[in-house]
Design a protein around this ligand. Structure first.
Ligand code: M6R
Length: 363
């Protein structure tokens, strides 16, 4: 049932404020702690966290790495499951391995989990389908409570994965004493505001639809982001190629001049994801290098960022202001809407893109 939407993907994008609110209600206690299933996770007993997944779930791990490292000062290793499982890395004592999967059945992720388990690591997972192999094989499985996701392109599962990982990073910070009470309270408040902000963020849909008509003409599209926004650039590029079949690549903004800037000309739209945060100026200077070479920039930012850097761009999409820590969750919305409307403009099969399956149960 598409609840009046043209595609499951559109329905699932629109559902995000509601499902995120449900996940928040599940994980945040009124006392400002994070409710975890028994036996809980002792973050003071681990010195390292390994995050493993595939596709979009892997990009959620990429964002979470910034959170765990910056807020909880916990070193994080991340890897795609298909590499992790065959690399057979040593899993040190005092470490936990966390696997993220919407379906809970992805073959490589499950094999990676079993490898880490064999090495004696504590096994955590973040899953949507709680009756799944990955959930069953974990010491603790954290549900993301996104509800059934039918569209092959993951949308609400991604933002719910981020929400759970963000809450977990805050809990790790609280236990490890790397955050003071006021900061913790502020970031928790920031999480609570997310459903409302995503709801406001969804109002950019008409603009995304208009811009997407231009994107649909492109052969190649670049996405740029720095810091916590780099994984969002990766997610934006994956979403776009998955359903519109346009070749899209993402780079960390700072890598631009190490090669990819050679691709830039007036035919290549460059989508820059840059909230006005501590790295904004750096990203903007990369963006200006693109514009100086005739590149067509779509800047996705907030009102402050638009005021400072909007001039000379091709298009600007403005999102509400948000606690910079949680910006990746909000910036998933334009990544989803641009991919969706570009695919619709091209007339591709949005919910069932060619060559792809919802659940990749063979390697
Ligand atoms: O079910 P999983 O989260 O383990 O699936 C992982 C990937 O196959 C999945 O995220 C894929 O990349 C999506 N189609 C992306 O939209």
């Amino acid at each position: 049932d598409k609840a009046g939407h043209k595609h499951f993907m559109a329905k699932e994008i629109a559902e995000q404020p509601r499902v995120l609110a449900a996940a928040l209600g599940h994980y945040l206690t009124p006392e400002g702690t994070i409710a975890l299933p028994e036996p809980g996770i002792d973050f003071t007993a681990i010195d390292r966290l390994t995050l493993v997944a595939c596709g979009t779930a892997f990009y959620a791990c990429n964002v979470a790495k910034y959170w765990f490292e910056q807020v909880a000062r916990l070193p994080v290793e991340i890897d795609v499951a298909s590499e992790f499982r065959y690399r057979e890395p040593p899993v040190p004592a005092r470490s936990a391995a966390l696997f993220v999967s919407q379906s809970g059945e992805t073959a490589d992720t499950l094999a990676a989990l079993r490898y880490a388990k064999g090495q004696g690591a504590q096994i955590l997972s973040v899953v949507n389908v709680t009756e799944s192999s990955i959930a069953r094989d974990s010491d603790i499985a954290l549900p993301i409570l996104a509800g059934a996701e039918i569209g092959v392109a993951s949308t609400k599962a991604f933002t719910c994965q981020l929400l759970v990982l963000g809450a977990l990073a805050l809990e790790a910070a609280r236990q490890r004493g790397t955050i003071d009470e006021a900061e913790l309270a502020a970031h928790l408040q920031g999480l609570r505001e997310l459903p409302g902000l995503i709801d406001q963020g969804l109002s950019i849909e008409a603009e995304c639809q208009r811009v997407s008509r231009g994107l649909a003409e492109a052969r190649d599209i670049l996405f740029l982001g720095r810091g916590r926004m780099y994984p969002l650039a990766l997610e934006g590029a994956l979403k776009l190629k998955e359903i519109s079949y346009i070749h899209a690549e993402a780079y960390a903004s700072g890598e631009l001049k190490h090669g990819p800037i050679a691709l830039v000309d007036e035919h290549v739209p460059v989508i820059v994801m840059a909230p006005h945060d501590e790295l904004f100026d750096k990203t903007v200077s990369n963006m200006q290098e693109v514009m100086a070479r005739g590149g067509k920039v779509l800047l996705i930012t907030d009102a402050k960022g638009a005021r400072i850097a909007g001039e000379g761009t091709w298009e600007v999409i403005t999102l509400p202001e948000i606690d910079p820590l949680w910006a990746p969750i909000l910036y998933a919305v334009p990544a989803q809407l641009l991919a969706y409307h570009t695919a619709v403009a091209k007339g591709t099969d949005v919910d069932q893109p060619r060559n792809l399956a919802k659940s990749v149960t063979v390697e």
